[in-house]
Ligand binder design. Sequence first.
Ligand SMILES: Cc1cc2nc3c(=O)[nH]c(=O)nc-3n(C[C@H](O)[C@H](O)[C@H](O)COP(=O)(O)O)c2cc1C
Length: 173
Amino acid sequence: MHALEYLYPMRTFLITSGTMEKPNVMTADWVTPLSLNPPLVGAAIAHKRYTKKLIDEYGEFVVSVPTIELLKDVWIAGTVSGANVNKAEKLSLTFVPSKKVKAPSIKECQANLECKVVNAVETGDHVLYVGEIVEVTHEDAFKDKPDVKNYKFILHVGFGNMFTTNSSEIFKA
Ligand SMILES: Cc1cc2nc3c(=O)[nH]c(=O)nc-3n(C[C@H](O)[C@H](O)[C@H](O)COP(=O)(O)O)c2cc1C
């Protein structure tokens, strides 16, 4: 087992890049909050991803929050490279225009965080893109707190093809 697998389960997200005309989407576990003010989020993208090429070209990306119903598409987005195929045609996800970036948002996702790259840090075989969140769109029911009673988010159990989801139980600290 790789040392990093001890950090799992991890939440799984989608990252869109490119443009509405030529969109791409990949799956990413390695997404992390970095700053409240300004709102910054980090995404670690391997050098060999087509997504990296598109983020370098446009300086923008969107972090989309999928639920477990989208697992089939999340798996395709995470196993097929947009370098070889137009993934948009293989997926049943709907790309919709974002408000402040060229990279599209995903209609079926519960939230879309539109990001502009403010820094890129080389981290071994990945690049940590630091994105400033310039706009967020979300489901109406999602505006107060993430709704873990009604939404089943995607948790990656470890490296490989096993996933789980959140429980609707709430424990107060
Ligand atoms: C659940 C899951 C999580 C993943 N997390 C990441 C990640 O955080 N960073 C990364 O570079 N690749 C990650 N990948 C791999 C990419 O999603 C995958 O290589 C994808 O095909 C890249 O697409 P692209 O070449 O079109 O950018 C993940 C794959 C899966 C299935």
